[in-house]
Design a protein around this ligand. Structure first.
Ligand code: ATP
Length: 294
């Protein structure tokens, strides 16, 4: 009996690993929209995250040599801090996220997590350490419950329910005929962008990665949805080191540090209050968004 049971158990484990890898790969492709070309170093070691600090040190990068995208850029996210990246479209915000995930190698400088250059660690361990809430989450053709459970397939049902609750999905689920057993995805119930993003947040809450990367959707959301996402995000960001690519400044007000990007460089940095007082680019962006809201 043991002989029969062991391989089955092993297969179950492999299956769970493959499912988890698939979620990560989907997140990856959502960010990247292309096949990764980066290879592990022959002596690559697993990343060991103790506190979760992230540092970009003199980072330069170009997709094509003739057109530099990130220029000698440095910043540091202390463990548990929330850093927001803002700036006009095309300034390089998503590129920073892709570089942190090491979809591309740098042309100069380094990116360190707890002092370890990400170039030297295995890609699997790197991507395990980072939870991504992409702009556009891919949902599997499965129930909402399972879609959340993909975040950590071995989690207990209560943990999945807790994640759903923390992601502010209770209200949404209560209105569905089959609750969290409702099927979603291409062949199931169509869910809105805001709901998808909260499902992604629930997944990451379950995954509990030490580092969090939130790519805010560019599409406009109604203010109730936006508040629900923000509340869910803030719960998630607590006790995590988080990087937020923000399109709405309402998301960044409480950030420990805001980086204002323009053409691959950080032009201003500080808290919301400090940047308003500087009366520069950020203050103008803020003024502009206030006017639009009115
Ligand atoms: P948005 O707010 O619109 O998402 P962003 O600040 O995130 O913009 P990035 O996506 O980082 O900007 O893009 C920075 C620049 O790099 C842009 O000019 C873009 O055209 C270019 N770029 C992005 N991805 C690629 C790619 N795969 N190959 C070549 N150039 C790219």
């Amino acid at each position: 009996i043991l002989q029969l049971f062991l391989p089955l158990n092993f297969l179950g484990m492999v299956y769970r690993e493959v499912r988890r890898a698939l979620t990560d790969i989907e997140n990856m492709f959502a960010l990247l929209k292309k096949t990764p070309s980066v290879k592990d170093a022959p002596d690559a070691k697993p990343l060991e995250v103790s506190e979760g600090s992230v540092e970009f040190r003199n980072v330069s990068f170009a997709y094509h040599v003739e057109r530099p995208i990130i220029r000698n850029l440095s910043f540091r996210v202390e463990p548990g801090q929330k850093v927001a990246i803002v700036g006009p479209s095309g300034s390089g915000k998503s590129t920073l996220a892709r570089l942190l995930f090491r979809f591309y190698d740098l042309d100069g400088g380094e990116i360190l997590i707890d002092g370890q250059p990400i170039r030297d660690v295995t890609q699997l361990s790197l991507r395990r350490a980072i939870g991504v809430v992409p702009q556009d989450t891919v949902l599997f053709n499965d129930t909402i419950f399972s879609n959340v459970a993909y975040g950590r397939p071995e989690a207990a049902a209560e943990e999945v329910h807790e994640a759903i609750h923390l992601a502010n999905l209770d209200h949404f689920i209560r209105a569905l005929p089959e609750g969290d057993k409702t099927r979603v995805g291409e062949r199931g119930l169509k869910v809105s962008g805001g709901e998808k993003q909260r499902i992604a947040i629930a997944r990451v809450i379950l995954k509990k990665p030490p580092i969090l990367l939130f790519d805010e959707a560019t599409s406009a959301l109604d203010s109730a949805t936006e508040r629900a996402i923000l509340a869910a995000l803030n719960k998630l960001a607590k006790n995590h080191t988080s990087l937020v690519i923000a399109h709405r400044l309402s998301t960044v007000i409480d950030a420990d540090q805001i980086l204002v990007m323009e053409q691959g460089e950080i032009m201003e940095r500080g808290t919301h209050q400090q940047l308003l007082a500087q009366n520069g680019r950020y203050a103008r962006m803020w003024q502009l968004q206030q006017n639009t809201h009115e």
